[in-house]
Design a protein around this ligand. Structure first.
Ligand code: UDP
Length: 243
């Protein structure tokens, strides 16, 4: 059996990547592709926790630009992540991957509340755990949620799945032909160069807690497994210099 380089991972799935090419809503083909890729990794006995974004349905900042109170708009965004999480749970269970959703905002009829030790127990039993409703706090993001939960459950790495790019670039590769892809970066470089990998709160949290991040494309089937097996695809962001 191939040997994974990580035992426990947090996979960050943005809302956008669930929407496929539509840019909005949930794309059935995309969500089942992600579920299949997660299954491949679970079969390697890797413990997988997932943080789902919500930007394919609602973003707090966009809502507040339309005049909705920012905190209220952010709570709406957190609810959007719950919808995505349930869709992903369904896709995983359809292919026989036992999955639990835990929400940071209590909604017991729908999912378990977030309980750290219980989440770890699920992981140890080989269940996928999806962390929904972000951190439960407005003014934060699901990237920050991924950093926070990774620190809490002592995950070794955050895998940041992208659907448009295959790593971190020096500039927007769709607008600038000279944009170069980085193989490795430090969090300080990400922060200083404002590279937009994740928001600064999330980057700082990862840096302070020494959690590496791999940014890669999820649109290519099998990529999650490639990263887990240590193949160098995408961009690795670390606390200190890699060399
Ligand atoms: N959100 C929040 N607190 C959190 C996580 C998310 O308020 O801890 C809200 C915020 O409004 C955000 C929305 O939920 O815009 C969707 O999350 P995010 O934008 O991080 O999703 P993604 O970009 O990954 O799809």
């Amino acid at each position: 059996m191939q040997k994974p380089v990580y035992k426990r991972i947090v996979l960050k799935v943005s809302g956008e990547s669930l929407s496929g090419n539509n840019g909005y809503g949930i794309d059935a083909a995309m969500i089942s592709s992600i579920a299949e890729q997660v299954k491949e990794v679970v079969e390697l006995n890797v413990e997988v926790a997932i943080v789902c974004g919500g930007g394919n349905i609602w973003r707090g900042i966009a809502g507040s630009a339309k005049g909705i109170d920012r905190a209220t708009a952010d709570y709406m965004g957190m609810l959007a992540t719950v919808m995505n999480s349930l869709a992903l749970q369904d896709a995983l269970e359809q292919i026989d991957v036992p999955t639990r959703v835990q929400t940071s905002i209590a909604m017991q009829q729908i999912a378990e509340p977030y309980i750290r030790r219980r989440a770890i127990r699920h992981l140890e039993k080989g269940r996928v755990v999806i962390f929904a409703a972000g951190t439960g706090n407005p003014f934060f993001s699901t990237d920050t949620t991924a950093a926070l939960r990774a620190a809490e459950i002592e995950a070794e790495v955050i895998l940041m799945a992208k659907n448009k790019v295959d790593g971190v670039y020096s500039a927007d590769p769709f607008k600038d032909a000279t944009a170069e892809k980085f193989e490795t970066l430090t969090y300080l470089e990400v922060l200083n160069r404002n590279l937009g990998v994740m928001d600064s709160t999330a980057s700082s949290l990862c840096m302070d807690n020494d959690i590496p991040l791999v940014v890669f494309s999820i649109t290519e089937q099998g990529n999650i497994k490639r990263v887990v097996l240590g193949e160098k695809i995408g961009t690795i962001v670390m606390k200190g210099s890699v060399n």
